[in-house]
Ligand binder design. Structure first.
Ligand code: ADP
Ligand code: MG
Length: 375
């Protein structure tokens, strides 16, 4: 067990690392963060902010030699970096889990090989393969870069197989994944954690609404039939076990209009849809990550009340500083800002959480609070 007082290392320095750090420091741990940037959301609250390239072996070694365990809040850390670190400190979740989940094609193949339901997909690495993949999967389809996509970046819709040329010209030169476009009834997510001893806990199912491919609103618990909930829970547990996972994992699901549940993607870390656990659960997803990587027993994932989370994107700053007092005036609303200096359109700057007696009340409150920012 890695006890309070020890130093935890975080690769990456965004808002996920920031909230992890807040949870860790509350429990008496110290935190060092490593990324190429400075004055970062994580660095602002960590004990030490290391600014260096993920390719800087000396800097990685120095970082690893000062911490008891290393985790990541950003899954595009090169595997060469985790190999360097692994020789000096445990990396949790494992570099193996990171390797699988940081490349869409590999992740989907891993899931499909083990019988987990995925969106129908095909992999393409040339113009000809892309045309063939579109013909095989059928259109409408979505073409995604296999690596380093997030918040819908690196995605193109294909209306017909004739779009192959145009899409290859914009995205080409790299591995692509073609997915069938699913008619969505709902998007759901399971945030789950697995401890060093194999203990598994799962938060209630979350329901997610996206705007322009970016998460906009999460509500919990999701209003879905028990059979869907049980299916999602079973799949999540199976994936954690198949990966011999240690830490917090998010499984994003699509529920089609036909009632079919499919895994969309995995996030090997706390997830935006789990942010509401910070205020609305007995144990937040960030504390859960601390506990898991330190070998502590996991905490209760129980929700205190129905809850909703609304993301605050940089677009909200278009007309100047949002009216923070307006949002804070509403009952049961909590404001989280990530300390990012420049608000850009589509950039996640913070979020609001609201609780209520019902999911609908929580949702109405969080939307009213976000609207109040612009008054
Ligand atoms: N195959 C698909 N069918 C329908 N909608 C999709 C599909 N793929 C992506 N989307 C939409 O785009 C969002 C972002 O895609 P996702 O694959 O999760 O990438 P990211 O890594 O950017 O989160 C999804 O949450 C969903 O709203
Ligand atoms: Mg996603």
């Amino acid at each position: 067990m890695i006890g309070p007082g020890a130093v935890l290392g975080v690769l990456g320095s965004g808002q996920l690392g920031r909230m992890f750090t807040i949870a860790a420091r509350r429990m008496g741990y110290r935190v060092h963060t490593f990324s190429p940037d400075s004055d970062t959301p994580t660095g602002q609250v960590a004990d030490v902010e290391v600014t260096a390239s993920y390719a800087d072996v000396d800097a990685l070694r120095a970082f690893a030699s000062r911490v008891a365990v290393v985790t990541f809040e950003f899954e595009n850390v090169p595997s060469a970096a985790t190999s360097v670190i692994e020789a000096l400190a445990p990396v949790r979740p494992s570099p193996h889990a990171l390797h699988i989940s940081q490349q869409r094609a590999r992740e989907k193949q891993f899931l499909a090989d083990r019988g987990f339901p995925t969106v129908p997909f095909a992999v393409a690495s040339s113009r000809e393969e892309l045309a063939a993949a579109l013909a095989r999967i059928g259109t409408p389809a979505i073409v995604k870069t296999a690596e380093s996509g997030y918040d819908g970046k690196g995605q193109h819709a294909a209306a017909s197989a004739n779009d192959a040329d145009r899409i290859w010209t914009t995205l080409g030169g790299q591995a692509l994944v073609v997915e069938k476009r699913i008619n969505l009834q709902a998007e759901l997510s399971v945030v789950a954690a697995r401890g060093l001893d194999g203990q598994v806990v799962q938060y209630p199912l979350f329901e997610n609404r996206h705007r322009n491919h970016i998460l906009d609103l999460t509500t919990a618990p999701a209003a879905v039939p028990t059979a869907i909930r049980e299916q999602a829970t079973g799949i999540a547990r199976g994936i954690l076990e198949a990966l011999e996972y240690v830490g917090v994992l998010c499984i994003e699901f699509f529920l089609s209009t036909d009632g079919e549940l499919m895994v969309n993607e995995l996030a090997p870390r706390p997830h935006n849809s789990g942010h509401l656990t910070f205020d609305a659960a007995v144990t937040s997803q960030f504390e859960q990550q601390v506990r898991a990587i330190c070998g502590l027993p996991l905490g209760s994932p129980e929700l205190l009340r129905p809850a909703a989370m609304a993301n605050l994107l940089g677009d909200l700053w278009a007309e100047g500083e949002p009216d923070w007092a307006g949002a804070c005036r509403l009952p049961d609303v909590k404001l989280h800002l990530y300390g990012k200096v420049t608000p850009k359109a589509g950039r996640k700057m913070g979020h609001l959480t609201a609780m209520g007696r019902t999911v609908l009340e929580a949702q109405d409150r969080v939307i009213a609070a976000r609207d109040a920012l612009l008054r």
